[in-house]
Design a protein around this ligand. Structure first.
Ligand SMILES: [Cu+2]
Length: 278
């Protein structure tokens, strides 16, 4: 497991370790009983041992013990899930995550640049770190994520958060984390839901910096808005609800062709960038 960099990730790690300890305790008990009965009750003579059946206390134990085991696991899972899904605390940073085929756009909803647009970064599908979008976040801060997708289901995964959540078209998801102090550095981010041709290149970098460095970065972005690669917009591409079957089929066909168009735009943008670099 990667070193957890959020308070929530600490909780996930503890739950995971606790589950293993409980599993080993049950395992050792069961293996112990198996080995004991194999040795203590091995065949000693040709005489048939006493035949017993319907031992009520043992039968009751068979039912009660698994119920207790499942209840304990359920209790801790439900308790931690409730904690992980909490979004009540006011966040220091709000990030809109747009997961598209096949990269990411991160929009800092509350930070408006000189043109009045929110600060936003986006990338192209790649395995080279220079081309990947960089999600910059301050340490020692609460960060709120809103996840959405214009095309297919993706999954926003930062292994160091010990957490991932799906980005589903037409079904916005949200979660928040408290990033710990002193964890500045670069961390890997991925799409964890097989989402098409370039899924394996749908990567990003999480860069945790100090709150002061974060403020300086945001001010810099506000003053110099960045040219973004072509990114399909969540609002524009979300399919409109329509009860008609024929129209629905037609719409999904439209959706497919516009997806192809968006991909072509992405490729064009990527090529343009490469040409710029030369
Ligand atoms: Cu994806």
């Amino acid at each position: 497991m990667p070193e957890p960099i959020t308070e929530q990730a600490e909780r996930v790690l503890t739950l995971w370790q606790g589950s293993w300890v409980a599993a080993f305790a049950v395992g050792i008990l069961v293996w112990g009983l198996i080995i004991w009965s194999v040795i203590a009750h091995r065949k000693r003579s040709e005489q048939l041992p006493p035949q017993v059946r319907y031992n009520m206390p043992i039968e009751a134990l068979y039912t009660v013990l698994p119920v207790i085991v499942v209840s304990v696991l359920f209790y801790f899972t439900a308790r931690d899930q409730t904690y992980l899904m909490e979004t009540d605390e006011p966040a220091d940073v709000y990030v809109d995550v747009n997961a598209f085929q096949w990269s990411w756009q991160f929009t800092y909803e509350e930070e408006l640049d000189v043109n009045g647009n929110p600060v936003s970064v986006a990338g192209v599908p790649s395995t080279s770190k220079d081309e990947l979008p960089v999600l910059v976040l301050p340490s020692d801060s609460v960060v709120h994520f809103d996840l959405d997708a214009p095309d297919v289901i993706h999954s926003f995964w930062i292994p160091a958060f010990a957490f991932k959540m799906d980005a589903i078209p037409g079904h916005p998801n949200e979660f928040q984390v408290k990033i710990k102090p002193g964890v500045e550095g670069d961390y890997e981010g991925r799409c964890a839901e097989l989402c098409g041709y370039d899924h394996s290149r749908m990567l990003f970098t999480l860069r945790v910096v100090t709150p002061e460095e974060y403020q300086a970065w945001i001010e810099e972005q506000k003053a110099n808005p960045q040219e973004l690669p072509a990114v399909p917009d969540v609002q524009e591409e979300a399919p409109a609800p329509d009860p008609g079957l024929d129209t629905a089929t037609q719409e999904s066909a439209d959706q497919d062709s516009s997806d192809t168009a968006a991909t072509a735009e992405d490729d064009a943008a990527a090529t343009a960038e490469e040409e710029d670099d030369q």
